[in-house]
Design a binder for this molecule. Sequence first.
Ligand SMILES: [Zn+2]
Ligand SMILES: [Zn+2]
Length: 567
Amino acid sequence: MQSNDLKTLRHSAAHLAAHAMSRLFPKTIFTIGPATETGFFYDVLPERNLKEDDLLFIAAEMQKIVLQNFPIEHREILKEEARKIFPHNKFKLELIDQIPGDTVGIATQGEFVDLCKGGHVEKTGDIKHFKLLSISGSYWRADRNNQGLQRISGTAFFTAEDLAAYEQQQQDLIQYDHRRLGKELDLFSFHDEGVGFPFFHPKGKTILNVLTDYIRSLLNYYNYQEVSAPILLEESLWHQSGHYQHYNNFMYFTEIDGIKHAIRPMNCPGHILLFKERRRSYRELPLKYAEFGLVHRHELSGVLHGLLRVRAFTQDDGHIFCSQEQIESVILETISFVDTVFKKLQFDDVIIKVATRPATSMGSDAQWSHAINALKNALSKAKKEFILLEGEGAFYGPKIEFHIKDSMGRSWQCGTIQVDFNQPENFTLEYIDNTGSRVRPVMIHRAILGSLERFFAVLLEHYKGNFPFWLCPTQIRVLTITDKQKEYAENVVKLLKKEGLRAETDQSSDPISGKIKSAQQEKIPWMLVIGDKEVQKNRVTLRQRDGSQTFDLTLEQIVEKAKQISI
Ligand SMILES: [Zn+2]
Ligand SMILES: [Zn+2]
């Protein structure tokens, strides 16, 4: 979130960019130039098509206007007068007509005049640290049916340090883009034969497996039962669950023995069938099913984006069937689950949002207020602050969202707890309570990481490719100085593997410096360097990713040290 001051500065920078363009390209027709969350833009109808190279000239002219240090003056004038200032600008004339009242605001700096409601820095000299970023296409009022325009985008900061930090972040975003890292580290790929369907390479798959094993260990701790349901089920099921009605554009269909089937876009109905398989007693509740469930969704090709948006992915899904009274304790426990995972994965900044009852919804007032109170009570017992999204819940129940901030300052929604009054009705779910009566359970959907594929991308960028030791596909690579130590090295690897560590030797004929370099490029956390001296003494030298070295370690010491950081 930016301060109002920053917004003022950035909006002033938009005027500055327009001022510069008015000097360089006098026939430019200006439309609007607002501040955005991260900077500003100005949409213009250019006198000729603007290119990336033009940004340099515009920025240089902006710099001149900064040095000229014009005061930025704002005043209200009659609309009639304003129309005379922009006689040939149909956009400004349209804006003037739409502003309520008889007057409009006018901002003036030097010879440049713009229509504007105000909120500027005092003088052009106050805008020192800015950068023009891009030229892109846009439309008047963001409507494709309207006049096509060009958008000059940029950003501005109060200090050179802030601007430098922003530029570094932008470079990082390119350098550590998961698609780029995925290729460099040989983790995953996409192929024309399956657009939007990811292929995981051995190393990528190892990371996914370790991540899944970790979640699985917590499933055991939190008393979940792991299940597996089919990915292909009859279409009628999807009608009963309502997914067909709301979601069929995103589903894949097929026919088996003349009966229409659909590939699951979600795991819920499968778990519901499992719940319904036999009579359930209150003694079984809360009943918690978990599945690493592969789902398929027909996303449009235009929105596919590396692993962040794919057409097939695995959810770390969970469905909890419980009584009304158990909602609070189930939520509290799930919050603890989420906390444990994000702490382990080094996401320290987690923002929690609670979405409440929307205007149109199902369920009774009592049901809703009970569930929302349960959510809020659980959060307060867990000592969590949260943001209330009033009225933004699904029609079938309230929800908690977890948003994590990564090492590059971006926020990702990972983790949701969704209360659902609807599916138990759709499928007439029941359990027998302690008085022998039939009662409808509440269903809670929850995912911690969400899509494993998407989370993999988030994690890869968060760590900038430097996975922590416990997640690394290769944790230890053994490097020999000459081939003479080969046998010893192979025995070392054998021993490390026996201890459950992921280790390998470097089989190349490169000199030791080359072997170290390739291990560094592959971001392998530990290298064990072995020469004649090490073989004689039955010792190894440990070289870590950061370049630090420890000499004369016994293999027992290595194993002990590795095990401390591999869980
Ligand atoms: Zn303005
Ligand atoms: Zn679900």
